[in-house]
Design a binder for this molecule. Sequence first.
Ligand code: ADP
Ligand code: MG
Length: 273
Amino acid sequence: MSTDFTTKVTLPPKGTVVLEARGITKRYGQVTALDHANLDLKAGEVLAVVGDNGAGKSTLIKVLCGAVVPDEGEVLLDGKPVHFRSPLEARKLGIETVYQDLAVAPALDIATNLFLGRELRHKGPLGTWFRLLDKNRMRREAQHEMDELKFHLPAIDSAVEKLSGGQRQGVAVARAAIFARRLVIMDEPTAALGVRESGQVLNLIRTIRDRGLPVILISHDMPHVFEVADRIQIMRLGRRAAVTTPQKNTMSEVVAIMTGAARGDEPVEGNGG
Ligand SMILES: Nc1ncnc2c1ncn2[C@@H]1O[C@H](COP(=O)(O)OP(=O)(O)O)[C@@H](O)[C@H]1O
Ligand SMILES: [Mg+2]
């Protein structure tokens, strides 16, 4: 029997829209976190989502990964409407998310962390009836995947608490990359990291994209965004204010649109927000 782990789907040609959000609105009491927000993610790209604090970035990606149910709007995966009521439902359809706060279990080893919640069990009655974990196979597969991702870590059976912040984040990102079949979402994956460690995580993001999984990257770090993004979605006041690329606009121009000092090409004013 094959596991999730070895199941890979045929990916659509570069440029095809994989995930689309249209007119997403989410209110919390008096606060409008999202006000008819749009997003589209294409095959083969890293789409960065930028915006000031409170612009609605986190809420938007929570809608896309099933953690928040929107009040209005629709989400389409491969052109088909989806209605996620939990992150598990999004995961089942191939969407993996790396959250801002590190989602690793420090006391457990790297291989176990990679398979957390999706452990490989022994074949036959040992696995079926006694739920026995196939540790050797998990280690082997974990090592193989980390090699494929060109992410170098100490021994795969060392505890995650012995790793640096960047290596830990690498484990969380690799885990998402290994199990995602359609796309990966990351909310501020380099926020807590130093320069060298951020570089490792940015490399990992590029490797994931080059292996065929599009990535949505939320980040407030403009140099990081300009380093890895193919396209940049600029959010302001709960909606998409503009979509640009590192070639079309400079960092200061992007910041100007973010803060409202310059206009984007999609109007955000006058929506009661
Ligand atoms: N669970 C929540 N309850 C109340 N207000 C929220 C909640 N989540 C987000 N908000 C509000 O919605 C707005 C957008 O937040 P968020 O999506 O976190 O923005 P960003 O990630 O761009 O900083 C902010 O004003 C924030 O305070
Ligand atoms: Mg946020």
